[in-house]
Design a protein around this ligand. Structure first.
Ligand SMILES: Cc1ncc(COP(=O)(O)O)c(C=O)c1O
Length: 444
């Protein structure tokens, strides 16, 4: 095993780690000190295969020199520029490059620094849009149970992750409703790709939410096209199409949170492209610059932008933005990452690996503790039987055991989630699933 950091002189007390069991981590830390390609190196010098592309954010693999050089060049040229009432070329360039990958019409890009800020920005744009169009009463925001839209008050409220909301319940946004989630083990167990059952769940929008609140009060519906953090929840066939149709008929904006699905995860630049369903706005982050410098954003349909920007009185049109919106280093990294995605045809490469990847995932059916397996693109979720009285404990132990066996394995509750970098070879994904098999054999 790796050396305990106490032996290396590293003081672990001051860093309060996010979404981490801090006490347990600090007793037995899992420290990563290097990365190259699809591997990390642990503090103990062991090779750790990266089965989650960092945190879904490193599609082109680690240590890409092309991105490093772009960041260094940008630093030498212009390290920071104020984004309010001033501009710098690379933010405009990055916005154009991102727009070129979005579905036709989603060609106006607002930059943030994270996926959470992207979700909240998209919700605020939706409210501003209806206000600009003369329908300021359209304020209800509709999300979905089990949806993860980040952790700021907007995304947390409209999102549907009970554990993330519980401690803050008294101050969640008030004007919110939720669609039911689309997962049913009874009807969908072990479905590969899109399940056949469940399109009708989109009708809840019309039969319950619109029926209750009236469409004239609803601003937007926001969903992840494929739920990531809740454990790879794949939309049933026809579901997204129905949501699109209902939103269009009632002039409700449809927003896809593509923080995880954007930039190649599902074998295309966006899930919107892969599913052939075009929303009015797409949030992105993570893969936009291969996770090298924090960056997120929202791409919106031009009419949405124009309604807010062109029809406003002179002056600032949207009172929203961040000190680091379109930060030069993040924007330079985005341009370089998109260059790599295009030069190496990485989205196509990911799609070519999908079949083998999903075969390996579904081959785990029948292993002890496995209750369901779902897959779409280069993402797979494997549900384990929770230990009675201790939900999530087995998942956490799987992460610990996998690290001992040389793999970074992310778990969401008792679901194992695998989403390798798009540059992974067949042998890499085989090693990932073999490690999962070993973990399952020895998990208490
Ligand atoms: C779908 C989705 N939206 C938003 C976020 C939040 O992104 P961030 O952690 O960059 O704030 C995530 C993070 O995993 C995500 O998966």
């Amino acid at each position: 095993m790796d050396k305990h950091p106490a032996d290396t002189g590293l003081d672990l007390r001051h860093h309060w780690m996010p979404f981490t069991a801090n006490r347990s981590f600090k007793e037995a830390p899992r420290l990563l000190v290097g990365a190259k390609g699809v591997f990390y190196r642990s503090a103990g010098g062991r090779e750790i295969i990266d089965s989650l592309s960092g945190l879904w954010c490193v599609p082109a693999g680690h240590g890409r020199q092309e991105i490093k050089q772009a960041i260094v060049r940008q630093f030498d040229e212009l390290d920071f520029a104020p984004p309010f009432q001033m501009g710098h070329p690379v933010a405009f360039e990055a916005a154009s490059r991102i727009a070129s990958l979005m579905p036709t019409g989603l060609n106006r890009v607002f930059f943030t620094n994270s996926g959470s800020e992207a979700a909240d920005t998209a919700l605020k744009i939706a409210l501003a849009y209806h206000r600009a169009r003369g329908e300021p009463q359209r304020t209800l925001l509709v999300g979905r149970a089990r949806g993860y839209l980040g952790v700021i008050f907007g995304g947390m409220s409209v999102g549907g992750m009970p554990a993330n909301r519980k401690a803050f319940a008294a101050n969640l946004l008030a004007r919110v409703d939720h669609l039911p989630h689309t997962y049913s083990r009874e009807h969908q167990a072990y479905s590969r790709g899109q399940p056949d059952w469940g399109a009708h769940l989109a009708d809840h929008l019309e039969t319950h939410i619109i029926a209750l609140h009236d469409a004239s009060n609803i601003a937007a519906v926001i969903v992840e096209p494929v739920g990531g953090s809740a454990g790879v929840l794949v939309p049933p066939k026809g579901y997204l199409e129905r949501l699109r149709d209902i939103c269009t008929r009632h002039a409700i904006l449809l927003i896809f949170d593509e923080v995880i699905t954007g930039f190649g995860r599902v074998g295309a630049a966006t899930a919107a492209e892969r599913f052939g369903v075009t929303p009015d706005a797409i949030t992105f982050a993570k893969g936009v610059n291969n996770g090298m410098v924090p960056m997120g954003g929202v791409a919106v349909r031009q009419e949405v932008h124009d309604a807010i920007v062109n029809d406003s009185p002179p002056g600032i049109e949207l009172f929203h933005g961040y000190t680091y919106s379109g930060h030069p280093l993040a924007a330079a990294a985005a341009c370089a990452a998109i260059d790599l995605y295009e030069k190496e045809a990485l989205f196509v490469r990911g799609r070519a690996l999908e079949g083998h990847f999903q075969d390996l995932a579904h081959a785990l059916k029948g292993e002890r503790l496995v209750q369901d397996i779902r897959s779409f693109g280069l993402a797979a979720g494997i549900d384990l039987e929770p230990r009675p009285g201790a939900p999530g404990a087995r998942g956490f132990e799987a992460t610990v055991r996998a690290f001992e066996l040389g793999m970074w394995l992310r778990t969401s509750g008792d679901t194992l989630v695998i989403a390798p970098p798009l540059v992974a070879e067949r042998a890499h994904v085989e090693r990932m699933f073999e490690t999962v098999r070993q973990v399952l054999k020895t998990l208490p």
